[in-house]
Write a protein that binds this ligand. Structure first.
Ligand code: 376
Length: 833
C-alpha cells in the first residue's frame, strides 16, 4: 500500500508559512525558466510550443494552488454549509487564459512572455480543450463553477475524468468522421491526483438480510465486484478575489485485491485484463445528447459518479461528526445536473441505511432535504429510463431501495387521489410494459426538495406538461432558474478589444456585476463611441476571417453579414430551416433578383451524435449546398455558406466575437434555454429567433425593436399538429416551391442520387414534429428585416450596443445567486487576497 496514512511520524512543518509566490514580471520569468529548463529539461533549441505552454501553465498553476489552500482553510474554519454540483459533464475548454485572467496576471504574463520572445496567443492555442461534455448542459456546469468561485460560494463540482472527451470531428467528402479525442496524451498540468481520497465502488453481487442486536433488519450487499474511484482535482479560481474552489473528477481503476486473486490463481494476463475492464468505466464520454440510451457502461459511469462523490462527502462528515447526521441536511446540498447523476437519491439512502444504520424515515428526510434536480430537456425521447433487469444485475441493492421508495411514494399518491389507478400508473417510478423500466426523472423529483427548469417557458412547460402530475402534488418544489454564461470567459477573455472599450467607457465593475452594462445604452447616440464600437466589431470579424482562412483556406468578406448558427446538430434546432433560407438566397441570385442585395456569409457548425443518421445527413447537405454555392462564379461575394468543422469551446471563443447575426431558430417549445444565444448577445450580435427557451427573455431585455422575431409560438405549434399540411404550404409559396424543387431535382447531389430523399421527406411529412416548412415564410421575412437593418450601418451598430448593454441578466453570476438565495442558502466565504 503506497498510500498508507502517517502513523508514528507526524509532520512538524506547515505549508502555510511559505512566503507567497511573486507575480511581477521577473518572478514569472524566473519561474518559467526554472520549469522549462530544470523541470522539463528543455532549452532554447527545443522547437515544440507544447513545452513552453506547459512550463508557463505550471507557473500559473502554482499560484492557483497557493490560493486554493487558503480557500480550503477558510472554509474549514467556518464549518459552513456546502453545495456539490453533480454532473456527468464539465465542458471546461481551455484553462490557461482563464486562470491568468482570474488571477489578474494576464498583462504581466503577456509582457513576460513577450520579453522572452514568445507570443502568448500561440501558447494559449497550444492547450487542448478539456472537452468533457456534449454541449449546453456540460458547458453550463463549467460556467456555474466559475460563478460559484467568483461569488465565493463553497461549491465543489463532482464529475468524471474521461480519458477520451467529446470526439473530434473532421469532414471527409462532406460527411462527419469521428476521431477519438485523447486529450490527456501530453499530460494535464492542471490536475492533481489524490490517491489518498480514493473510494471503493460496488457492482454486481447480491443482498443478504440479518437481524442486528436491536432487532432491526440490516442489509448487506455482498459478493460484489469492486472497483476504485480515484479523484483528480482541478483548481477553479474566482475572478480576482483570492477564492479557489475545486472540481473533483473521478477516474476508475482496479482494486489491489482483485489483482491478487487472479495472481494467486496463476493467471497474470487475466489480472491485467481485469484492470482494463475496471478502467473502461471512465474511458470515454458518451457523445449522445438526447437519444440512444440504455448501455450498461453508461449506468456504471453514473453510479460511479454518484457513489464516489457521496462517499467522499460522507467521509468528511463522519470524520467531524461521527454517526450524528442530525445536521447533515442543514450543511450539505447536492444539485443534480439533469437525471444523469440521479441514482444519487438511492445511493444516499443506501449509505445512510446500510453503512451508517439510520432508520428509513431519518434517511429519507435527509435525502429529500439535500437533493435538488435541474431538468434540461422536454424532448420525451431524451428522458432517461433504465431497464429493471439491468439495474438488478448491476446494482441489486439500489434496485431494492428504488422499489421501496416507489411503494411508499405510490401510497402517498393513493392517499392524495384515492382510487385513481391511471394516475398511479402514470406517476410510478417503474414503467410497466414488455420490460420494466426505472424512470429516472421521477426518482429525481420524488427524492428532491427542488425541481427546476432552465428558462421561464421551459419551467412553465414542465409544470403544465411533462411533470404535471408531480406539480399538482408538490407545486412548491417547482421553480425556474434561467441559465446564463460566465462573462469572464465569454466576453472579457474571448473579446479583449470589446472588453477594453467597455471598461474605458463605464469602468470595470461589469466583470462581476454584468447588469452594469446597461450604462452603455446612453452612448448609442455618441457618434465617436459608435464609431469605435463598429471598428472593434469589424476587427473581430477580420480576426475570425484570418483564422478561418488559415484553417480552411476560405476567403470571407469583412463587409458581408456574418450569419452564424453553431450548436449540436439536431432536428429540433432546425439547421434545415437555415439551409432552406440559404438555398432561397442562392435561387434569388440565380434568377437575378438581387436589387438592393446584402452580402452574407452563413456559418454553420456543430457535431452530430454518431448514431443519429438524420443529423449526419443534415451535415452532408450543408456541405453539399456549400460546395455548389461557393464554386458558382455567378454567386461570388454575394453569398457564402461555410461549415465550421469540430465546433467546441475554444472554437466558440473565436467565433462569437465575429458574429453579426445569431441564429436561434428552434421549433418553439423544444429548446429548453439555449446558452449560445447569450454568448452572441453579450458580444454584440443581434438575434433572429423564435419564441423559445431563453430567446423570449433575451427579447424582453432588448425590446422588440432589437430582436428579429419569427415563427409559430409554442401553442400554435401544438395546435397545428393534427392538421399540419406542408404540401399545401409549399404549393402556395413560390419561393419555397423553388427551393424544394432545387433540392428534389438533385441540384446539390448530382453524383449522389437520392442522397437527401430522407431529409426532404421528413420536412414534407404532415407528421414532421419540427414543422420546418410552417416557419419558412416567416423566417425569410424576418431575414429581410435583418438585411434592411444591416444596410444601415449606424442603426445596426446601435442595435448591437443595445444587445450587449442588455445582456446583464444572462450572467451565470445572476443565475447562481438565484440558486443560492432560493435553494442552497450558502454563506460566501471571504479569503484574504
Ligand atoms: C443529454 C440530454 C438528454 C439525455 C441524455 C443526455 C446526455 C448527455 C447530454 C445531454 N444534453 C442535454 O440535455 C443538453 O445539453 N441540454 C441543453 O442544456 C442547456 C443548458 O441548460 C440548454 O441551454 C439547452 O437548451 C439544452 O438543450
Amino acid at each position: 500500500m503506497p498510500h498508507r496514512r502517517l502513523k508514528k511520524s507526524e509532520p512538524v512543518f506547515s505549508i502555510t508559512t511559505l512566503p507567497d509566490l511573486g507575480i511581477d514580471i521577473k518572478d514569472i520569468e524566473d519561474d518559467f525558466k526554472r520549469y522549462y529548463g530544470h523541470r522539463l529539461g528543455r532549452d532554447e533549441n527545443c522547437r515544440s510550443v507544447h513545452y513552453v505552454y506547459e512550463a508557463l501553465s505550471m507557473v500559473i498553476r502554482d499560484r492557483l494552488t497557493e490560493r486554493w489552500k487558503k480557500t480550503y482553510i477558510a472554509c474549514k474554519k467556518q464549518d459552513c454549509k456546502k453545495a456539490y454540483y453533480l454532473s456527468m459533464e464539465f465542458l471546461m475548454g481551455r484553462t490557461l487564459s482563464n486562470a491568468m485572467l482570474n488571477l489578474g496576471v494576464d498583462d504581466v504574463v503577456s509582457q513576460a512572455m513577450y520579453d522572452l520572445g514568445l507570443d502568448i496567443e500561440e501558447l494559449i492555442d497550444a492547450e487542448p480543450d478539456a472537452g468533457l461534455g456534449n454541449g449546453g448542459l456540460g458547458r453550463l456546469a463549467a460556467c456555474f463553477i466559475d460563478s460559484c468561485a467568483t461569488l465565493q460560494l463553497p461549491v465543489t463540482g463532482y464529475g468524471l475524468r474521461y480519458e477520451y472527451g467529446m470526439f473530434s470531428q473532421t469532414i471527409v467528402n462532406g460527411e462527419q468522421v469521428e476521431e477519438p479525442d485523447h486529450w490527456l496524451r501530453n499530460g494535464n498540468v492542471w490536475e492533481i491526483e489524490r490517491l489518498e481520497y480514493k473510494q471503493r465502488i460496488k457492482f454486481g453481487g447480491h443482498t443478504e438480510r440479518h437481524i442486528d442486536k436491536e432487532g432491526i433488519t440490516r442489509v448487506s450487499w455482498v459478493d460484489t465486484h469492486d472497483i476504485l474511484a480515484v479523484p483528480f482535482d482541478t483548481a477553479i479560481p474566482g475572478y480576482q478575489n483570492g477564492t479557489v474552489n475545486t472540481l473533483r473528477l473521478w477516474k476508475a481503476t482496479a482494486t489491489e485485491e482483485f489483482d491478487l486473486q487472479e495472481f494467486n490463481a496463476g493467471d497474470y494476463a487475466e489480472s491485467v485484463a481485469a484492470k482494463n475492464t475496471a478502467e473502461n468505466i471512465t474511458m470515454v464520454l458518451y457523445p449522445n445528447d438526447a437519444n440512444e440510451n440504455g448501455k450498461a457502461l453508461r449506468l456504471q459511469q453514473q453510479y460511479l459518479l454518484a457513489s464516489a462523490s457521496l462517499q467522499d462527502v460522507l467521509e468528511v462528515w463522519v470524520g467531524r461528526h461521527g454517526n450524528d447526521f442530525s445536521n447533515f441536511a442543514a450543511k450539505n446540498c447536492f444539485q443534480l445536473n439533469d437525471t444523469h447523476p440521479s441514482i444519487a437519491v438511492a445511493e444516499l439512502m443506501r449509505l445512510l441505511l446500510d453503512n451508517h444504520e439510520l432508520s428509513w424515515d431519518d434517511a429519507w428526510t435527509i435525502t429529500r432535504n439535500t437533493m435538488a434536480y435541474t431538468n434540461h430537456t422536454l424532448l420525451p425521447e431524451a428522458l432517461e429510463r433504465w431497464s429493471v433487469d439491468l439495474f438488478k444485475q448491476l446494482l441489486p441493492r439500489l434496485m431494492e431501495i428504488i422499489f421501496e421508495i416507489n411503494a411508499r411514494f405510490l401510497a402517498e399518491v393513493s392517499a392524495h387521489w384515492p382510487g385513481d389507478k391511471a394516475r398511479i400508473a402514470r406517476m410510478s417510478l417503474i414503467e410497466e410494459g414488455d420490460q420494466q423500466h426505472v424512470r429516472m426523472a421521477y426518482l429525481a423529483i420524488v427524492g428532491s426538495y427542488s425541481v427546476n427548469g432552465v428558462a421561464e417557458l421551459h419551467s412553465k412547460l414542465l409544470q403544465q406538461g411533462l411533470f404535471h402530475d408531480f406539480y399538482q402534488l408538490w407545486p412548491e418544489k417547482f421553480n425556474n432558474k434561467t441559465n446564463g454564461v460566465t462573462p469572464r470567459r465569454w466576453l472579457a477573455a474571448c473579446n479583449p478589444e470589446l472588453a477594453e472599450l467597455i471598461t474605458e467607457t463605464i469602468g470595470d465593475g461589469w466583470l462581476t456585476d454584468l447588469s452594469l452594462l446597461k450604462k452603455l445604452e446612453i452612448y448609442v447616440d455618441d457618434k465617436a463611441f459608435c464609431k469605435r464600437w463598429y471598428e472593434v466589431q469589424q476587427a473581430a470579424k477580420q480576426k475570425l476571417i484570418d483564422y478561418k482562412k488559415q484553417e480552411l483556406g476560405v476567403d470571407l468578406n469583412v463587409n458581408a453579414l456574418f450569419d452564424v448558427q453553431v450548436k449540436r446538430i439536431h432536428e429540433y434546432k432546425r439547421q434545415l430551416l437555415n439551409v432552406l433560407h440559404v438555398i432561397h438566397l442562392y435561387d434569388r441570385i440565380k434568377r437575378g433578383d438581387t436589387a438592393n442585395w446584402t452580402d452574407r456569409c452563413v456559418l454553420i457548425g456543430g457535431k452530430a451524435a454518431p448514431g443519429y443518421h438524420m443529423a449526419k445527413k443534415i451535415i452532408k447537405l450543408i456541405n453539399n449546398v456549400s460546395h455548389v454555392i461557393n464554386h458558382d462564379p455567378e454567386v461570388g461575394n454575394k453569398l457564402k455558406l461555410v461549415f465550421l468543422p469540430n465546433y467546441r469551446v475554444s472554437a466558440m471563443e473565436k467565433i462569437c466575437p465575429g458574429a453579426d447575426l445569431s441564429e436561434q431558430i428552434s421549433t418553439a417549445g423544444k429548446e429548453a434555454s439555449g446558452t449560445g444565444n447569450m454568448k452572441f448577445m453579450m458580444n454584440g450580435a443581434l438575434t433572429i429567433g423564435t419564441l423559445d427557451g431563453a430567446n423570449i427573455e433575451i427579447r424582453e431585455e432588448v425590446g422588440d425593436d432589437n430582436f428579429f422575431l419569427f415563427g409559430l409560438t409554442e401553442d400554435q405549434v401544438e395546435n397545428l399538429r393534427d392538421h399540419y399540411n406542408p404540401a399545401a404550404i409549399i404549393s402556395q409559396d413560390e419561393d419555397l416551391q423553388r427551393v424544394i424543387n432545387l433540392l428534389e431535382s438533385g441540384h446539390f447531389n448530382q453524383f449522389e442520387p437520392g442522397l437527401f430523399d430522407g431529409v426532404i421527406d421528413s420536412m414534407k411529412s404532415p407528421h414532421d414534429p419540427w414543422v420546418t416548412i410552417a416557419d419558412f415564410r416567416s423566417f425569410v421575412d424576418a431575414q429581410k428585416r435583418v438585411e434592411a437593418a444591416f444596410q444601415d450601418k449606424d442603426r445596426w451598430t446601435k442595435m448591437s450596443i443595445i444587445n450587449c448593454a442588455n445582456s446583464g441578466k444572462f450572467s451565470t453570476d445572476r443565475t447562481i445567486a438565484e440558486y443560492n438565495n432560493e435553494l442552497w442558502k450558502l454563506t460566501p466565504v471571504h479569503v484574504a487576497k
